[in-house]
Design a protein around this ligand. Structure first.
Ligand code: PEP
Length: 254
């Protein structure tokens, strides 16, 4: 036992209206039944469904995350949402640096770093995502890439409290493709990230911080991934949109 409570987090991306959010969260609560689950459960609906999600998840083990934020506190940033607004809406967590944001919306290591800092200032727990593309993997650049993302993304961040941060390793080639990293491939990078975190933070921080795997996680592959010593849970896209699948993943984490 490493003492790290697993986390299963669902990234709903641009799916689920408020009404659909209420339905899915109710199904999850019903499926979980009474009692305290062995893992932390987080769902990240789109901004417009957060209020409905928070209200429905109240008094349940389900926590609600946002999928993004802007690092400025307020101002003329049309279409953006600040960390304080995300916290005010009832979120406990925020996904930062997801590869889709890096790929389609111009997030860089530097803006990801600003977002991590802003989230933490507002009392949110960032789910800080990183991972290599297929080209980078094939060019044998995995370690260099994830180390750069880790170091730059966490530059100047207070790493004294391991429960105030979650790291998610998401190889881009495994996201939404049905192609999951093997447990060996994932463990290799998770172990590397944990050892790098010892240098960036401290051994205490590195040993306690949860590092999630993301990339085509489904009920049938959850257990073997989470059995790896440095994999502390999953960030789930597609399979988080159906209650049965997400509940199956939660079961696999136990
Ligand atoms: C994700 O979007 O973070 C993700 C891991 O997606 P999927 O599970 O669909 O690969």
């Amino acid at each position: 036992m490493n003492g790290r409570r697993p986390i299963i987090a669902g990234n709903w991306k641009m799916h689920k209206t408020s009404r659909e959010t209420v339905t899915l969260i109710r199904e999850l609560i019903e499926g979980l039944g009474a009692g305290i689950p062995a893992c932390e459960i987080i769902v990240a609906p789109p901004f417009t469904s957060i209020a409905a999600g928070v209200a429905t998840a109240a008094n349940s083990p389900i926590l609600v995350a946002a999928q993004n934020l802007h690092w400025e506190a307020s101002g003329a940033f049309t279409g953006e949402v600040s960390a304080a607004m995300v916290e005010d809406a009832g979120c406990t967590h925020v996904i930062v640096g997801h590869s889709e944001r890096r790929q389609y919306f111009g997030d860089t290591d530097e803006t990801v770093n600003l977002k991590v800092a802003a989230g933490m200032r507002a009392g949110l727990i960032p789910i800080f995502c990183l991972g290599e593309t297929l080209e980078e993997r094939e060019a044998n650049r995995i370690f260099e890439v994830v180390k750069r993302q880790l170091v730059r993304g966490l530059q100047g961040i207070d790493l004294s409290e391991p429960d105030r941060m979650v790291v998610a390793y998401e190889p881009v080639w495994a996201i939404g493709t049905g192609r999951t990293a093997t447990p060996e491939q994932a463990q290799e990078i998770h172990g590397f990230l944990r050892s790098e975190l010892t240098g960036i933070g401290s051994a205490g921080f590195a040993n306690r911080v949860r590092i999630l795997y993301g990339g085509s996680v489904k009920p049938s592959n959850t257990r073997e991934l989470l059995n790896c010593p440095d994999i502390d849970g999953a960030l789930v896209g597609g399979a988080s949109l159906k209650a049965d699948d997400f509940l199956g993943i939660i079961e696999g984490a136990i």
